[in-house]
Design a protein around this ligand. Structure first.
Ligand code: HPA
Length: 282
C-alpha cells in the first residue's frame, strides 16, 4: 500500500539499511510498556530522529525508537513510543510507523495501550483484549476523506480484531492465572483524562475502556491486510462518582507492573504464529 504523499519507501529503505531483516511481526508499545522491548534479542535500535521525515515522540513514557530483533528466532520490529492526536500529530503521522512496518513485511501487528476501565467488575491491572472499538478520535475513520489519496475504501464495519490471536492471548492469561478479558475500547483525543460525567457518558455509549490511541493504527493495519491483536492495560477504573482523578505518572506506574503479562502474551503469539508461518503445511 504505497501512499502518494508520505515518504514510506524512503523511511523503510533507511530502516532496511540499518537492519536488513524481514519482520513478519510488529509490536507497538503504549504508555508504561516500553520495557517490553528489553525482552527481545535486539539486533538494531533506530531512533526516530535518524529516520527521514519521521515525527518525534513527545508523550510521557514514550521513548521514540524502533527496536529490531528476534523473539525465539522470529524477526520482530517493536515501536517503542507512539504518536498521539493530543501531541498535535495528524492521522497520517500517527499511522506512518504502521505503513513503514507494512513496507518492511509485517503481516501481524500487536498493539498495546493504557486505558481507563469502565465496565463494572474491571480491576486495575486487568488486560483487556480489544474486540471492537468506538472511534471518537478524529471524527473520521480514514486519514483523508473519500478516495482523495487514491486508495480504495475498505468494507464498512469489517471485523478488525483477530479472534485466533485473542484466543491465544487468553490462553496465555489462563496459564499465568492473570485476568485477561475482552471488551470495547473507545478512543477520545485527550490529553486530559475524562471528567466523571464524561466517564459516565462513554460507558453509556457502550465502551468497556477509554483511551487516546490505537484506533487509527488498527484502521491502517487492517487496510494493509494485517492480522491485528490490540490490548489495553487497565490502569484506572472509573465506575463510581467518588475518588481522585488519576495522574499520568500513576498510569505509567500501574501499567509497568503489568508489563510482564503483556510480554508473555506477545512472546507466546510471536513464537506460536512464527512457527506456524514458517511451516506453511499448518
Ligand atoms: N482515560 C483516557 N485515557 C487513559 C485513561 C483514562 O482514564 N487511563 C489511561 N489512559
Amino acid at each position: 500500500m504505497s501512499h502518494p504523499h508520505l515518504p514510506i519507501d524512503e523511511i523503510a529503505a533507511t530502516v532496511r539499511s540499518i537492519w536488513p531483516d524481514n519482520p513478519a511481526f510488529g509490536v507497538v508499545l503504549g504508555s508504561g510498556l516500553g520495557t517490553l522491548a528489553d525482552s527481545i534479542t535486539a539486533e538494531a535500535t533506530i531512533d526516530f530522529d535518524c529516520l527521514p521525515h519521521f515525527p518525534r515522540a513527545t508523550a510521557l513514557g514514550h521513548r521514540g525508537r524502533f527496536v529490531c530483533g528476534r523473539v525465539q528466532g522470529v524477526p520482530v520490529i517493536v515501536q517503542q513510543g507512539r504518536f498521539h492526536a493530543y501531541e498535535g500529530h495528524s492521522f497520517e503521522h500517527i499511522t506512518l510507523p504502521i505503513r513503514v512496518m507494512q513496507s518492511l513485511g509485517v503481516r501481524t501487528l500487536i498493539l498495546t495501550n493504557a486505558a481507563g476501565g469502565l465496565r463494572p467488575g474491571m480491576q486495575v491491572g486487568d488486560v483487556m483484549l480489544i474486540e471492537d472499538h468506538i472511534n471518537l478520535l478524529f471524527g473520521r475513520s480514514l486519514p483523508v476523506h473519500g478516495s482523495a489519496i487514491g486508495e480504495p475504501r475498505p468494507a464498512d464495519g469489517s471485523p478488525h480484531y483477530d479472534r485466533q490471536l485473542m484466543s491465544q492471548a487468553e490462553q496465555t492469561g489462563r496459564q499465568l492465572s492473570e485476568r485477561v478479558t475482552r471488551g470495547v475500547y473507545l478512543a477520545l483525543s485527550g490529553p486530559c483524562y475524562e471528567t466523571r460525567a464524561e466517564y459516565r457518558m462513554v460507558r453509556n455509549l457502550g465502551a468497556d475502556a477509554v483511551g487516546m490511541s490505537t484506533v487509527p493504527e488498527v484502521l491502517i493495519a487492517r487496510r494493509a491486510g494485517m492480522r491485528v491483536l490490540a490490548m489495553s492495560v487497565i490502569s484506572n477504573v472509573e465506575t463510581s462518582d467518588i475518588g481522585d482523578p488519576v495522574s499520568g505518572e500513576e498510569v505509567i506506574r500501574t501499567v509497568s507492573s503489568v508489563e510482564p503479562v503483556v510480554r508473555s502474551i506477545v512472546h507466546a503469539i510471536v513464537s506460536v504464529s512464527g512457527v506456524l508461518s514458517t511451516h506453511p503445511g499448518h
